[in-house]
Design a protein around this ligand. Sequence first.
Ligand SMILES: NC(=O)c1ccc[n+]([C@@H]2O[C@H](COP(=O)([O-])OP(=O)(O)OC[C@H]3O[C@@H](n4cnc5c(N)ncnc54)[C@H](O)[C@@H]3O)[C@@H](O)[C@H]2O)c1
Length: 433
Amino acid sequence: MMNSISPSILAPLVRGLCMHAVNAPRVVVTGAGSVPAGALTIDLAAAFEKNDAEGADNGFNSEAEAAAKTMGEAYAAWEFESAPSGADAVRPEPLKKQPSCIALTRGGENLGVFWIDRDIDAARRRAESRDDSFIEEPIPSRDAAEEIIPAGLSAQNRRDVVRNRIALVTGGAQGFGEQIVLGLAASGALVFIADLNIKGAETLAKKINKALGRTAAIAASLDVTSEDSAETLFNTIAETAGGLDLCISNAGVLQAGSVMDQELKSFRFTTEVNYFGYFIIAKFASRLLALQHLTAPAWKTDIIQINSKSGLEGSNKNGAYAGAKFGGIGLTESFALELVAHNIKVNSICPGNFLNGPLWSDPEKGLFVQYLQAGKVPGARTTADVRAFYEKKVPMKRGCEGADVMRAIYYIIEQDYETGQAVPVTGGQNMLH
Ligand SMILES: NC(=O)c1ccc[n+]([C@@H]2O[C@H](COP(=O)([O-])OP(=O)(O)OC[C@H]3O[C@@H](n4cnc5c(N)ncnc54)[C@H](O)[C@@H]3O)[C@@H](O)[C@H]2O)c1
């Protein structure tokens, strides 16, 4: 029981509640101290007692479900009471009000005080100064054209695809992950950069926050092969920002080798990170997203796996990697079928070779150097020859770039009507059958 009412459970419920009310992303910061006067205070005692009495099953879902129901009712009552009345009610209302502080109690016991705003800096400022004035969300004015052209047909809201959303990128310290972090942060998201290389993640977060003049990135330590590490990360995300909208499972490793002599240890390591790692991240991400969904039933969220063209087609002397990536698509399809009930979409992106990224271009241990030394490309005398060989394989004659992957990410998030897909981004090298 004590565990199930920790801030890492309650904060996502508060976040979902607030997003549901205004259909916009919110950041929720867990505060300290007493309940401020302007807070919407919701007493969960009855919800928990009813739940205690009703079932032997006091598990995570039934507890959270009972709390979510009580919170929804309390919020609706608050909205009704604070709605403009009399003359005010007839005036056109351009703003929708939302409490900026929600306190959850259980009888007299304070379970948590949560501060809400559009972005983490604003929510943190409120928590520090205990500013409990309303958040005012503009109600979008109806475009005259919408009378005949339904909303969603024009591209006008496309630049807001990830604005103010909360994202996680695993393996975000370098390579494709770094590109995705930069792209999301520049587009207005708050990004958790989770990596085994915490120094690299911290350096990147610092660089981004300085350049953008806001908290756009937060570094976190993660080993995707460890359930404990993943659980700690998702609890940290819930307690720091209130929840998540987008989980990008990107961390991956490549250890190539012939089926005839690859060490089992190397095969296992590649499988652990690329395949098991995706399962572990999807497991803890979906728990958090499903919790938030209890109070935000219409809000759609995404889990996106960065797969590979090697998940669509075999890769010579690279079976461990291709096998794990093929398996990843099986996981994506299966998770998508299950998680659609929680409005979580699950998709994979299958990029071609990131020839300009560190995996290939690192001057000491990059694949160009390795393949040259191993004689993998017949006749190649320099790393430039190796690069030319791989570029020639692509109908569009170049490697995949971060921007190409970002376009696929924006497509998947914006596309409301698709899940369980593997989207190739390969310059025509892989075509779906
Ligand atoms: N580079 C390519 O050509 C290419 C092509 C297609 C797909 N991909 C996929 O893109 C993803 C990123 O690849 P990249 O080339 O950018 O890799 P990279 O080696 O440049 O970066 C990988 C990042 O993941 C981190 N990482 C490794 N193991 C981890 C673990 N156990 N827990 C947490 N973090 C870990 C590393 O510290 C590093 O920051 C991978 O899933 C890869 O399979 C890469």
